[in-house]
Design a protein around this ligand. Structure first.
Ligand code: NAD
Length: 480
């Protein structure tokens, strides 16, 4: 049994309350770690440490900040295997996915912003004969970073790295469902020589530790990734205090397949974009729209491929899907499959949980599920399920598919498959999504603006967008 600690003022400390929460392993359903049940007092201690550290960190040279962030990246690399095993154990995802995607990306986040800050410049606006304006950008102070469970270390570091690179000090909280790699990161930060108080990691529940971060008067900005409802609660708490907010929220992403697509490529990638990480990536396409002339052919080929996916324990090298993250999440996903049946959907494959044998018999496994025959306006097609469940819907015209694709409250990501260049540009222009992939999926350049519109969020992460978010611009106007 691992007992995690908070990371406050450069030290690993027990929670003020002395109480801990159980954390279970999705693959087996067994409790394997305990996490601090932190409260306002822990957050206060973390903010005090951050405020003190800010006096030095904010005036530390960019070179030095970049050096320390690169050192953390080196240590993530050196400990990659241990981190991947911890991530897979905590989250239920296949080990090979954590090895290939989660941990390398956490390392890259630190490297990317360590170099990014060296290239970050501000604007000047010259007025012909009178004056010149230039923009100064200063770090904000102490900021809060709150992240979800689906890509634990990947998304946690995606916030922390730009905040630190820009000269802020951070109080961060990982999801209480997947806290282990964040704890391991605190050990690596100590090893890397990150000055005390610059990064503080407080573990615990959203309603207590998370809310204490959002409400603390000294926290100047909150960068949050998680569910739309939580985002709304955070926005409501932060608005009267005029805190800066970056909100990366839920999605219900369309995957649009035109008849002129590269069929094999669209098929292969759509299986991935539907079921990678058990469908628990905010960017997964959960509504697949297929142009009628290829509907039947695509459907058959898709089901054949899905039927070959192996649902297994995360350490199985052949596992395509591991366990979903928790018992309650498993029940939520299964309840949506029941709802789909009630709404008249036909389950083409999947639709049930998977019970493995031996030590894995109480784990949280669900078969990849494909449903057809639902109206695009029904709840199954409008609400985020965030599991291995997709619906198939035929369409006849570009206009019709755009109407269906844009019909949800969400607007995070969309995928379009076509060989027609003009149509690709047109559809990309008219889709209400912050991120659009044409003939690919999840191809990421960390410099691009990342985020959603409508109920999928406010603001953008990535590249200079993140560095801008974590700095305060000040215009200086000086006459000639
Ligand atoms: P969640 O909203 O339940 O929790 C996210 C984090 O917020 C956790 O750390 C939680 O403890 C904390 N939290 C909860 N209530 C809080 C409160 N009142 N104040 C402050 N913090 C609080 O989300 P989740 O279930 O962990 O993650 C799944 C959701 O995240 C899905 O909706 C998914 O689409 C979304 N997501 C979005 C993106 C994106 O980039 N847009 C990426 C990944 C996941």
């Amino acid at each position: 049994m691992i007992q995690l600690k908070n990371y406050i003022n450069g030290e690993l400390v027990a929670p003020a309350s002395g109480s801990y929460l159980d954390n279970d392993q999705p693959a087996t359903g067994e409790v394997f770690s305990q996490i601090p049940d932190s409260n306002e007092e822990d957050v206060k201690n973390a903010v005090d440490a951050a405020e003190q550290a800010f006096k030095t960190w904010s005036v530390t040279s960019k070179n030095e900040r970049a050096r320390v962030l690169n050192k953390i990246a080196d240590l993530i690399d050196e400990n990659a295997e241990e981190l991947a095993r911890a991530e897979s154990q905590d989250n239920g995802k296949p080990l090979k996915l954590a090895q290939k995607v989660d941990i390398p990306r956490a390392r890259d986040n630190f490297r990317f912003f360590a170099t990014g800050i060296m290239h970050f410049a501000s604007e000047s606006h010259a007025m012909e004969n009178t004056a010149v304006n230039y923009t100064l950008r200063k770090p904000l102070g102490t900021v809060g970073c709150i992240s979800p469970w689906n890509l634990p270390l990947y998304l946690f570091t995606w916030k922390i790295a730009p905040a630190l690179a820009a000269g802020n000090c951070v109080v961060a909280k990982p999801s209480e469902v997947t806290p282990v790699t964040a704890f391991k990161l605190s050990e690596l930060c100590i090893q890397a020589g990150l000055p005390k108080g610059v990064l503080n990691i407080v573990h615990g529940l959203g309603a207590s530790a998370g809310s204490a971060i959002v409400n603390h008067p000294k926290i100047k900005a909150v960068s949050f990734t998680g569910g739309t409802q939580t985002g709304a609660a955070i926005a409501a708490a932060a608005a009267p205090k005029f805190k800066k907010l970056s909100l990366e929220l839920g999605g219900k992403n369309p995957n649009i397949i035109f008849a002129d697509c590269d069929f094999d490529e669209a098929l292969k990638t759509s299986v991935m974009s539907s079921f990678a990480n058990q469908g628990q990536i905010c960017l997964c396409g959960s509504r697949i729209f297929i142009e009628r002339p290829i509907y039947e052919e695509f459907k058959e080929a898709f089901i054949a491929k899905v039927n070959k996916l192996k649902v297994s324990y995360p350490n199985d090298p052949e596992a395509n899907l591991g366990a979903v993250v928790s018992k309650s999440h498993k029940e939520k996903v299964l309840s949506y499959i029941d709802l789909a049946r009630e709404e008249g959907g036909k389950i083409l494959t999947g639709g049930t949980e998977v019970v493995l044998e031996g030590e894995y018999k109480n784990g949280y496994y669900i078969r990849p599920t494909v449903i057809e025959g639902l109206d695009y306006t029904c709840r199954t097609n409008q609400e985020e399920i965030f599991g291995p469940v997709v619906t198939l819907t035929p369409f006849d015209t570009e206009e019709e598919v755009l109407k269906m694709a844009n019909s949800t409250d969400y607007g995070l990501a969309a995928t379009v498959w076509t060989q027609n260049l003009k149509r690709a540009h047109r559809v990309a222009r008219d889709l209400e999504s912050g991120i659009i992939w044409i003939n690919c999926w999840l191809l990421r350049d960390l410099r691009t603006p990342f985020g959603g519109m409508k109920s999928s969020g406010v603001g953008r992460e990535g590249g200079f967008e993140a560095l801008k978010f974590f700095t305060e611009p000040k215009n200086v106007c000086i006459t000639y």
